[in-house]
Design a protein around this ligand. Structure first.
Ligand code: 5GP
Length: 112
């Protein structure tokens, strides 16, 4: 897989406001926040997008959701939204799987 901005953040080659890290994943604040709190949870494994994940990634994918929830709580969020953009047609711009976590404002449903 081609190196992305996010693998450079994992490797500390470019700076980011990292708010959580363990052996499997990293959470850091989005550089262009779309809500008062907006952070990304990414696996250290370089999976380009969700639909590239396989059965062998089931535990990792579950871990990303649990960490998203844990860090949201750490950030003081009770209500929050998760978003995963899968592919350019769904507005994915960085091809390293990431879960957006947004909170601190209200959200509409269905999304635009
Ligand atoms: P996507 O559109 O791929 O779902 O989301 C990519 C997200 O990464 C965007 O919300 C964008 O603001 C964020 N982003 C892009 N480049 C950087 C960066 O260098 N640092 C951080 N912290 N976020 C970035």
């Amino acid at each position: 897989m081609a190196e992305t901005l996010f693998s450079k953040i994992i490797d500390r080659e470019i700076p980011a406001d990292i708010i959580f890290e363990d052996d499997q994943c990293l959470a850091f604040r989005d550089i262009n926040p779309q809500a008062p709190t907006h952070f990304l949870v990414i696996p250290k494994k370089p999976i380009p997008k969700l639909s590239d994940a396989g059965a062998e990634d089931a535990s990792l994918l579950g871990h990303l959701l649990l960490i998203a929830s844990q860090v949201a709580k750490q950030e003081g969020l009770e209500d929050f939204r998760l978003n995963v953009n899968n592919g350019a047609g769904a507005s994915q711009t960085v091809f390293h799987l990431h879960v957006h976590v947004l909170g601190g404002r209200s959200f509409n449903w269905p999304p635009g």
